[in-house]
Design a protein around this ligand. Structure first.
Ligand code: SF4
Ligand code: SF4
Length: 413
């Protein structure tokens, strides 16, 4: 096994992980899909309407978040990059009590928007669960952590944060960063933060989550979870639940590329709904956060609550897993140690996904700009792309990197 220096950030060892020619969904995940209930009528999904309330009342359900004592709605509002107050009001009306925002995505604009919504809707503070967080790279001092928390508190207009998460954790070293833990201790003593969470969605995630469980100071995981990546994750989440750690998941749609597959959602099926049902079938998942950019999406997601996967939805997800097997980037970072220039392939692919499939172009370009120049894909066009041969999923990585760089740096031209 070869240690990969460029993957130090993900604590990932890079062997020669080539998979069989035809890559399909993991067997254990297939079993989970296979265990789904027989056909079950879906009601009211697939509408193109984009008004706050369209057809009938919605019924939200709530689950305990580990041992935090918090009850979170099964669907959480992912406010990353979303500052639309009307959507936040609609989420509240739909019974969503959990809002996941950030101090850094839009420079805290989402936090200000949420503050205004909660104030104008006169929502008692203890009736909502607020997640917010920031990237805390290893080496960050406790003072900087507390300053980030104070800034979020000011923007949120509250005196405490229910769950503060350290965002985009990409290495085991970040889990036990002294500055993070000292800063959180200080903020907790001052009553500014109730619970500490860890958020990650990149290569080596299982190692990171195991390190966080061993550390025992993390009370919540806020992570990427879908039906095609990280086959061992369910066992990890089981262990986390046994330790009292609550889990909120995001990015359940495995790339959100359902529109590229002809007739995938024929007959009124909703791929997004199906993936939420799949995620919420796991009793170790407390809530699924969705970045809702329209009223239709809020309704579509909330309608998934309390529903079991139908046989038709299972077939739809299998088809997606099969047809997207070599298209969807798992952000595993396996390819990165084969890049002589140190390009942050997983991050670049994630930003490209925001740009092309999430409708979050400006945010994607801002994130790309924030990468150190040498970590961007600007030199990929003239490279023979050894990274592509290393991708276990046989993705057309070179072409995608060239396209990503062209799209994401557009604003700079
Ligand atoms: S194409 Fe070349 S420069 Fe670009 S990520 Fe792959 S190996 Fe690195
Ligand atoms: S391109 Fe392939 S190896 Fe690289 S991060 Fe994506 S899925 Fe992993």
């Amino acid at each position: 096994m070869l240690f990969c220096p460029t993957l130090e950030r993900s604590n990932f060892h890079c062997g020669v992980p080539m998979l069989p020619k035809r890559i399909r969904i993991d067997r254990r995940q297939l079993l989970r899909l296979g265990a789904a209930a027989p056909a079950l009528a879906l009601t009211g999904c697939g509408t193109d309407s984009d008004r706050p309330s369209d057809a009938g009342p919605l019924k939200m359900r709530y689950r305990p978040l580990g041992r935090t004592g918090l009850q979170v709605s099964e669907i959480a509002f992912g406010a990353h990059g979303v500052e639309n107050q009307a959507l936040m009001h609609a989420a509240l009306e739909a019974g969503i009590n959990t809002f996941c925002t950030s101090g850094s995505y839009l420079d805290g604009k989402e936090e200000r928007a949420l503050s205004e919504v909660l104030r104008s809707a006169r929502v008692p503070r203890d009736k909502v669960v607020i997640f917010t967080g920031d990237e805390i790279p290893a080496g960050t001092g406790a003072g900087r952590v507390v300053a980030a928390i104070d800034a979020s508190l000011r923007r949120l207009g509250t005196d405490y944060i229910d769950v503060f998460y350290t965002a985009q954790v990409a290495s085991v070293a970040q889990v036990s960063a002294a500055g993070l833990l000292a800063g959180i201790d200080e903020a907790k003593r001052a009553g500014k933060v109730r619970h500490l969470a860890l958020s990650c969605h990149t290569g080596g995630m299982q190692d990171i989550l195991n390190a966080a469980m061993n550390d025992a100071r993390f009370e919540v995981f806020f992570i990427k979870y879908d039906f095609v990546s990280y086959p061992d994750l369910d066992a990890t989440l089981r262990r986390a639940a046994q330790k009292g750690i609550g889990t909120v998941v995001f990015k359940t749609t495995a790339g959100n590329r359902q529109r590229e597959i002809k007739d995938l959602e024929a007959g009124g099926l909703s791929f997004r709904q199906a993936t939420l049902k799949w995620a919420l079938q796991n009793p170790d998942v407390a809530s699924a956060a969705v970045t809702a950019t329209s009223f239709r999406i809020i309704r579509e997601c909330v309608e998934a609550v309390g529903q079991r996967l139908s046989a038709a939805e299972v077939r739809m997800m299998r088809r997606y897993a099969d047809e997207m097997a070599d298209k969807y980037c798992r952000f595993c970072a396996t390819c990165e140690c084969h890049c002589p220039r140190g390009v942050a392939v997983a991050d670049v692919m994630r930003f490209a996904m925001y740009f092309s499939y999430y409708g979050r172009e400006k945010e994607a370009m801002r994130l790309y700009r924030a990468l150190p120049a040498e970590r961007r894909a600007s030199g990929c066009a003239s490279c023979s792309a050894p990274c592509e041969r290393a991708c276990p999923f046989r993705r057309s990585l070179h072409a995608e990197l060239v396209t990503a760089d062209r799209s994401l740096k557009f604003e700079e031209a």
